[in-house]
Design a protein around this ligand. Sequence first.
Ligand SMILES: Nc1ncnc2c1ncn2[C@@H]1O[C@H](COP(=O)(O)OP(=O)(O)O)[C@@H](O)[C@H]1O
Ligand SMILES: [Mg+2]
Length: 336
Amino acid sequence: MCEAGPRGRMLEVEDLYTEFKIDQGIVHAVNGISYAVDEREIVGMVGESGCGKTVSQLSVMQLIRRPGRIAGGKVWFEGVNLLEYRPNSPEMRAIRGGKISMIFQEPMTSLNPTLTIGRQITESLELHLGMNKKEARARAIELLDQVGIPSAASRLDDYPHQFSGGMRQRVMIAIGVACEPKMVIADEPTTALDCTTQAQLLELMLATIDRCQGALVLVTHNLGVVARYAQRLYIMYAGKIVEEGRCRDIFYRPSHPYTIGLLNSVPRLDEAKGKRLVPIWGTPPNLIDPPARCAFYPRCPERTERCRVEPWPELKPVEGEGHLVRCYMREGGRGA
Ligand SMILES: Nc1ncnc2c1ncn2[C@@H]1O[C@H](COP(=O)(O)OP(=O)(O)O)[C@@H](O)[C@H]1O
Ligand SMILES: [Mg+2]
């Protein structure tokens, strides 16, 4: 996507903590993350399953339910800390679906099975944009048409179960951009679909968001997918950001051993076909009572004694604008 003009900061998440109190203890799902999204920017949030991507996004929207709670931090959006609003306040409801919308992982569960597709779109147009029924209906047809639903007008009164998986995901995109949000959060929006459909839908989603000049946070476990679209990336592990920076710096000069592992485990367009993909050995850690040291330590091919005994290091700059990494092995410049 290309556009002219300077971009302002849109969202700034500051030292966010979210935890779940369960019988076995407290799950530290999001453990002090900070990140930012500029106007019309595409930001990727990447990490293996269970590292806190979804919980961090739900926290921004104040959609965390018991036994979870946001234990600390700030979410600045247009100069206001959203966490000062109660989750069900009118202000927060105006933000959700109006200024920030979320396209979820699971279209089957996030579409309401008892409402027609048309109603699910017009409802939010009436609520957030104050359209009357007729205007909203006309706009809903236009939106479904834009996301490639054939004979949109005649499908408005169908229910979600009458649509295929790919078509439902298109509907989710239409709902996600219906109110021309400032920011769309897409959480693994295409993971359930086959590769070709995934690529088509991502392109469609980007074009649709571009049309309404929104920013996008693209959440995925697949570094290969975001690398094609995002301008900046945040790599998450065990509830923390372990590396961040411009997409090209991370892609061509990955610094954290975890990022390097992620890159080696996905196909890359710039490398010869037939290259062996190496999955990262082991599994992500338990987030109940994690040790103070780097959570990647047990899986890290570069670990040293220092990593074992010292607490998880801070994010420190490495080569590349805004390129930061949380690793003792990279202190004092790359590979030092
Ligand atoms: N409702 C919940 N109750 C208890 N633990 C939860 C709940 N939701 C998420 N978690 C835990 O929080 C951590 C982060 O989850 P999540 O954000 O969904 O990961 P990701 O989206 O990166 O796959 C995981 O360890 C998960 O088990
Ligand atoms: Mg998730």
